[in-house]
Structure formats: C-alpha cells, structure tokens
Design a protein around this ligand. Structure first.
Ligand SMILES: [Zn+2]
Length: 182
C-alpha cells in the first residue's frame, strides 16, 4: 500500500517512503492515513483483508475509529500461530518477485527457474527484512508491540486462531473455514 501510494504521487505515500528508505517503521499517523485512503477505494467497499496491519494497539484503535466513520467493522481477526523456528525457516528462505510481488520459498515453493518469477518472469530477491538478524528484531517488536492486539481483539470476541505450522494449502483451508463460518 505504501508503494502504491508513492507511485501514485500521493503526498502521504511520499512521506511514508522516506521512513522506509531509511529502514525505519512508518509512523502510526502516516500508516493510518495510507490505510484509510485504500479502504475508501471502490473495490474495498464490500469487503477487504488487511495483512500486516494493525501492528500496534494504537493502530487498532485508529482503525476502529476509521471503520466506525465509514459505517463498517471487522468481522474476524486471524492469529496464525507458529514457533520461532518455523518462522525463521520460512522467512530466510523466502524470495519475492520484484515486479508482481509473488512470493516463493526456496524449499517448499521454489520457482521453476532459480531467481526468476513463474508468474511474470520478474527477478526474485530476498527482502532486506528477511535476514536472520532482522527476523530476530521483528520478533522482539512483535512481542512488545503487536502481541497485545490478541487481548484487544479477544475482548471484542472476533479473534480466531489458525495453526500456521502446517502445509501452505492446509493453512489456507483452515483460514477459509473460519471465514465461511462467520
Ligand atoms: Zn512476478
């Protein structure tokens, strides 16, 4: 979303990319603005999925306010459970297409031709935040900043847990089951 807003020449997107280029987390204020603009687009009117947001209780509160003003609300929050070992394994082997954003895993979902995207022929790269050190850092941030969201959504009665330590397809299926039962 940050990249799209930046490419569209949106001032908020340009502001966000300044943080990202310096390797910093984008401030809650800017992040909330980018999300709001995205949620107001036509294709998000009937439904949407947020991935990687909100990451802090502050962001969650802002999101609730935003949705309130837009006369809608979250139906479900899905917590995908995984051990740290599995997370390291996944992220260190993850490769992403520079052009279309498709993701690969060197062991479990390798591209047909090494380094080349099956979907569009684009170049695959390792995200800077997928190195061991960076993953460690992100897990620490998760523990202090993001984990409190579980209590926040539990209290609202919309929190669901899915076992993330299964084959990709099974995780997908379990998530679909949660959504279908809503
Ligand atoms: Zn691609």
């Amino acid at each position: 979303m940050f990249r799209d807003a930046y490419n569209a020449g949106d001032p908020v997107g340009i502001e966000a990319m300044k943080y990202i280029k310096n390797g910093n987390l984008v401030s809650d204020d800017i992040t909330n603005k980018v999300v709001r603009k995205r949620l107001e687009k036509e294709d998000a009117k009937s439904s949407f999925i947020l991935d990687g947001y909100p990451r802090t209780v502050n962001q969650a509160v802002a999101l609730d306010q935003m949705l309130d003003e837009m006369d809608t609300q979250l139906d479900a929050v899905i917590n995908i459970l995984s051990s740290h070992d599995v997370l390291f394994e996944r992220m260190e082997h993850r490769r992403v297409c520079r052009d279309c954003g498709e993701t690969y895993h060197l062991k479990f979902k390798p591209p047909t031709t090494p380094g080349v995207c099956d979907e569009c022929g684009g170049e695959l790269y390792q995200r800077q935040d997928d190195t061991h050190e960076s993953v460690q850092n992100r897990l620490e941030i998760y523990e202090t900043k993001t984990k409190p969201l579980l209590d926040y959504y539990e209290e609202k009665g919309i929190l669901y847990h899915v076992n993330g330590m299964q084959a990709f397809d099974q995780v997908t299926e379990d998530i679909m089951m949660v959504l279908e039962d809503l």
